[in-house]
Ligand binder design. Structure first.
Ligand code: S3P
Length: 179
Protein backbone atom coordinates (compact mmCIF):
# COMPACT_ATOMS: atom_id res chain seq x y z
CA UNK A 1 0.00 0.00 0.00
CA UNK A 2 1.44 3.35 -1.00
CA UNK A 3 1.76 6.01 1.71
CA UNK A 4 -0.17 9.25 1.80
CA UNK A 5 1.46 12.28 0.21
CA UNK A 6 1.24 15.79 1.68
CA UNK A 7 2.22 18.77 -0.48
CA UNK A 8 3.45 21.96 1.16
CA UNK A 9 4.82 25.07 -0.50
CA UNK A 10 4.32 28.74 -1.18
CA UNK A 11 1.27 30.21 -2.88
CA UNK A 12 1.55 29.60 -6.63
CA UNK A 13 3.78 26.54 -6.34
CA UNK A 14 1.08 24.40 -7.99
CA UNK A 15 0.22 22.15 -5.02
CA UNK A 16 -3.40 21.63 -6.10
CA UNK A 17 -2.76 21.02 -9.81
CA UNK A 18 0.29 18.83 -9.22
CA UNK A 19 -1.51 17.08 -6.35
CA UNK A 20 -4.38 16.09 -8.65
CA UNK A 21 -1.91 14.56 -11.12
CA UNK A 22 -0.10 12.77 -8.32
CA UNK A 23 -3.39 11.37 -6.99
CA UNK A 24 -4.26 10.05 -10.45
CA UNK A 25 -0.77 8.56 -10.79
CA UNK A 26 -0.87 6.62 -7.52
CA UNK A 27 -4.62 5.93 -7.40
CA UNK A 28 -5.20 7.99 -4.23
CA UNK A 29 -8.04 10.39 -3.43
CA UNK A 30 -7.11 14.06 -3.82
CA UNK A 31 -7.89 16.48 -0.97
CA UNK A 32 -7.00 20.13 -0.48
CA UNK A 33 -7.17 21.88 2.92
CA UNK A 34 -8.27 25.18 1.31
CA UNK A 35 -11.07 23.40 -0.55
CA UNK A 36 -12.20 21.59 2.60
CA UNK A 37 -12.36 24.93 4.44
CA UNK A 38 -14.29 26.63 1.62
CA UNK A 39 -16.76 23.71 1.47
CA UNK A 40 -17.28 23.78 5.21
CA UNK A 41 -17.75 27.56 5.45
CA UNK A 42 -19.64 27.90 2.17
CA UNK A 43 -17.62 30.97 1.18
CA UNK A 44 -14.26 31.82 -0.39
CA UNK A 45 -11.07 32.22 1.64
CA UNK A 46 -10.91 35.97 0.93
CA UNK A 47 -14.29 36.29 2.66
CA UNK A 48 -13.24 34.23 5.68
CA UNK A 49 -10.17 36.48 6.10
CA UNK A 50 -12.29 39.63 5.66
CA UNK A 51 -15.14 38.61 7.98
CA UNK A 52 -13.38 36.55 10.65
CA UNK A 53 -9.68 37.39 10.30
CA UNK A 54 -6.57 35.30 9.68
CA UNK A 55 -6.51 33.75 13.18
CA UNK A 56 -9.98 32.25 12.66
CA UNK A 57 -8.90 30.89 9.28
CA UNK A 58 -5.79 29.32 10.86
CA UNK A 59 -7.90 27.66 13.57
CA UNK A 60 -10.18 26.04 10.98
CA UNK A 61 -7.14 25.05 8.90
CA UNK A 62 -5.53 23.31 11.92
CA UNK A 63 -8.74 21.44 12.73
CA UNK A 64 -9.30 20.33 9.13
CA UNK A 65 -5.74 18.96 9.13
CA UNK A 66 -6.17 17.20 12.49
CA UNK A 67 -9.28 15.47 11.18
CA UNK A 68 -7.22 13.84 8.42
CA UNK A 69 -4.83 12.02 10.74
CA UNK A 70 -5.50 8.29 10.27
CA UNK A 71 -7.09 8.64 6.83
CA UNK A 72 -5.37 6.42 4.24
CA UNK A 73 -4.99 6.64 0.47
CA UNK A 74 -4.84 10.41 0.05
CA UNK A 75 -2.79 13.08 -1.65
CA UNK A 76 -3.26 16.26 0.39
CA UNK A 77 -2.51 19.72 -0.96
CA UNK A 78 -2.22 22.33 1.81
CA UNK A 79 -2.49 26.11 2.07
CA UNK A 80 0.86 27.90 1.90
CA UNK A 81 0.76 29.06 5.52
CA UNK A 82 -0.18 25.77 7.18
CA UNK A 83 3.49 25.04 7.99
CA UNK A 84 3.75 28.05 10.32
CA UNK A 85 2.16 26.16 13.20
CA UNK A 86 4.52 23.53 14.68
CA UNK A 87 1.52 21.35 15.64
CA UNK A 88 0.43 21.34 11.99
CA UNK A 89 3.93 20.26 10.98
CA UNK A 90 3.67 17.29 13.36
CA UNK A 91 0.20 16.40 12.06
CA UNK A 92 1.43 16.45 8.45
CA UNK A 93 4.23 14.01 9.28
CA UNK A 94 1.65 11.73 10.94
CA UNK A 95 -0.47 11.89 7.80
CA UNK A 96 2.22 11.01 5.24
CA UNK A 97 5.39 11.81 3.35
CA UNK A 98 5.70 15.58 3.13
CA UNK A 99 6.94 17.06 -0.16
CA UNK A 100 7.85 20.74 -0.56
CA UNK A 101 6.82 21.91 -4.00
CA UNK A 102 8.90 24.95 -4.89
CA UNK A 103 9.63 27.14 -7.92
CA UNK A 104 11.66 30.25 -8.78
CA UNK A 105 10.33 33.38 -7.08
CA UNK A 106 9.51 35.01 -10.45
CA UNK A 107 7.48 31.97 -11.50
CA UNK A 108 5.59 31.94 -8.20
CA UNK A 109 4.88 35.69 -8.41
CA UNK A 110 3.68 35.49 -12.00
CA UNK A 111 1.24 32.72 -11.00
CA UNK A 112 -0.15 34.46 -7.91
CA UNK A 113 -0.55 37.74 -9.83
CA UNK A 114 -3.06 36.14 -12.20
CA UNK A 115 -5.93 36.48 -9.71
CA UNK A 116 -6.95 38.12 -6.44
CA UNK A 117 -7.65 34.93 -4.50
CA UNK A 118 -4.81 35.43 -1.96
CA UNK A 119 -5.88 37.76 0.87
CA UNK A 120 -2.31 38.08 2.22
CA UNK A 121 -1.26 39.70 -1.05
CA UNK A 122 -4.13 42.20 -1.23
CA UNK A 123 -1.97 45.06 0.01
CA UNK A 124 -0.77 48.36 -1.43
CA UNK A 125 2.48 46.71 -2.44
CA UNK A 126 1.74 43.05 -3.21
CA UNK A 127 5.28 42.38 -4.46
CA UNK A 128 6.80 43.53 -1.16
CA UNK A 129 4.30 41.38 0.80
CA UNK A 130 5.12 38.43 -1.46
CA UNK A 131 8.91 38.87 -1.04
CA UNK A 132 8.82 39.17 2.73
CA UNK A 133 6.47 36.18 3.18
CA UNK A 134 8.57 34.06 0.83
CA UNK A 135 11.81 34.94 2.65
CA UNK A 136 10.27 34.29 6.06
CA UNK A 137 8.93 30.89 5.06
CA UNK A 138 11.86 29.20 3.30
CA UNK A 139 13.25 27.79 6.50
CA UNK A 140 9.84 26.59 7.68
CA UNK A 141 9.19 24.66 4.45
CA UNK A 142 12.61 23.05 4.82
CA UNK A 143 11.80 22.02 8.37
CA UNK A 144 8.29 20.82 7.53
CA UNK A 145 9.20 18.62 4.56
CA UNK A 146 11.01 15.37 3.81
CA UNK A 147 12.35 16.67 0.48
CA UNK A 148 12.00 19.52 -2.00
CA UNK A 149 10.99 19.41 -5.66
CA UNK A 150 11.66 22.43 -7.87
CA UNK A 151 8.82 22.62 -10.41
CA UNK A 152 10.36 25.47 -12.42
CA UNK A 153 10.13 24.48 -16.07
CA UNK A 154 8.22 21.27 -15.33
CA UNK A 155 4.67 20.47 -16.40
CA UNK A 156 2.27 19.50 -13.59
CA UNK A 157 2.52 15.92 -14.75
CA UNK A 158 6.33 15.95 -14.65
CA UNK A 159 6.35 17.54 -11.20
CA UNK A 160 3.93 14.87 -9.93
CA UNK A 161 6.21 12.12 -11.26
CA UNK A 162 9.24 13.77 -9.70
CA UNK A 163 7.49 13.91 -6.29
CA UNK A 164 6.51 10.27 -6.57
CA UNK A 165 10.07 9.19 -7.43
CA UNK A 166 11.63 11.21 -4.63
CA UNK A 167 9.05 9.98 -2.14
CA UNK A 168 9.81 6.36 -3.01
CA UNK A 169 13.54 7.04 -2.65
CA UNK A 170 12.89 8.70 0.72
CA UNK A 171 10.75 5.78 1.87
CA UNK A 172 13.33 3.18 0.83
CA UNK A 173 16.05 5.03 2.75
CA UNK A 174 13.75 5.30 5.77
CA UNK A 175 12.78 1.61 5.64
CA UNK A 176 16.41 0.54 5.40
CA UNK A 177 17.25 2.60 8.46
CA UNK A 178 19.38 5.07 6.49
CA UNK A 179 16.73 7.82 6.35
C1 S3P B 1 -2.06 31.18 2.39
C2 S3P B 1 -2.12 30.46 1.21
C3 S3P B 1 -3.38 30.11 0.55
C4 S3P B 1 -4.55 30.11 1.54
C5 S3P B 1 -4.59 31.38 2.32
C6 S3P B 1 -3.29 31.63 3.12
C7 S3P B 1 -0.74 31.50 2.96
O1 S3P B 1 -3.27 28.84 -0.08
O2 S3P B 1 -4.45 29.01 2.42
O3 S3P B 1 -4.80 32.43 1.41
O4 S3P B 1 -0.67 31.89 4.15
O5 S3P B 1 0.28 31.34 2.26
P1 S3P B 1 -2.40 28.58 -1.41
O6 S3P B 1 -1.00 28.27 -0.96
O7 S3P B 1 -3.06 27.38 -2.01
O8 S3P B 1 -2.50 29.79 -2.25
Amino acid sequence: MLPNFVLVGFMGSGKSSVGRHLAALVGHRFLDTDELIVDEKGCPITRIFADEGEAAFRAIEARVLRDLVGVCGIVLATGGGIVLDPFNRERMREIGIVAWLDADAEVLYERVSRNRKRPLLQTEDPRAAFDSLLAARQEVYTEASDFRVDSTGLTHEMAAKRIFEQAMRFKRAQDSGCG
